[in-house]
Design a protein around this ligand. Structure first.
Ligand SMILES: [Zn+2]
Ligand SMILES: [Zn+2]
Length: 260
């Protein structure tokens, strides 16, 4: 069900983005760097699911056994409790990972890849460095499995979380003020992609709660349609391979300079 929710959200966002009335700004379906972002999508789904199912589950089962973490699965809680709880925990884990990526210089170099999108749309959701994907998966779904969430519940909650992620990046202009008190909407997340002060606000994906508690919540203000890496909007590399290499290249340059 989780992957189905994600696919349905992608289809709905693509449909709304094709409507001149409901999209936020004009952008072709095959916009610049479409194939680059499609590569991210294929890598995230293929690599993420493959490693998740092949290695993460047995690894976390083993880890949980080693450190005697109580297994939630044994409590046989209802899915009506586990799925919302899983979604909230995946959202919290990802909020924390996102917050750390804006606080650590090393992690920020990796997270710049996500901020480099000049067009914020459904496909831009998937543009993130593999290092960021690993961090988010460790602090989100892997953490859930480690504390004993059943795999099917974890996949469902993660799929729902992914659907929210696609929705908040969608190039849509919908009047969602009524839910902005509780949920991160596309315009709240667009503010996070503006290369000014608000890119240090609204780190959340699903709930505004974590940003409100941390003091990093910014209500929607005047909208901008310039997106990109602060200070490098025009110059940050845009192709998949250059973006894969760039954070490592910069970190090596920085370490070399420190040793000189
Ligand atoms: Zn960010
Ligand atoms: Zn984003």
């Amino acid at each position: 069900m989780g992957p189905i929710a994600l696919l349905m959200t992608i289809a709905a966002c693509i449909a709304i983005e094709r409507s001149a009335r409901y999209r936020y700004r004009d952008a072709a379906f095959f916009r610049d760097y479409f194939t680059s972002d499609l590569t991210y999508l294929i890598m995230a789904v293929g690599f993420g699911l493959w490693t998740g199912l092949s290695y993460v589950t047995p690894l976390t089962e083993w880890l949980a056994g080693q450190v005697s973490i109580p297994r939630l699965a044994r409590l046989e809680l209802s899915k009506w409790v586990l799925i919302p709880a899983g979604l909230v925990l995946v959202d919290l884990g990802n909020w924390l990972a996102h917050y750390l990526m804006h606080r650590s210089n090393t992690l920020w170099e990796m997270h710049k890849v996500h901020h480099s999108s000049r067009v914020v749309d459904w496909l831009a959701t998937f543009r993130s460095h593999i290092g960021e994907q690993v961090l988010r998966n460790v602090m989100g779904p892997m953490f859930l499995i480690a504390i004993g969430f059943p795999l099917d519940v974890t996949l469902f909650a993660t799929g729902l979380y992914g659907a929210f992620g696609v929705f908040q990046h969608s190039n849509t202009r919908l009047n969602l003020r009524a839910i902005e008190g509780v949920f991160i909407t596309p315009r709240l997340h667009r503010m996070h992609h503006v290369p000014g002060g608000t890119c240090q606000k609204n780190f959340g994906t699903v709930l505004t709660l974590w940003d409100r508690l941390a003091g990093s919540y910014a209500p929607a203000g005047r909208e901008s349609d310039v997106f990109g890496v602060p200070g490098e909007v025009e110059t940050y590399p845009q192709t998949w391979f250059r973006q894969f290499v760039e954070p490592f290249r910069r970190l090596i340059v920085r370490m070399t300079l420190q040793h000189d």
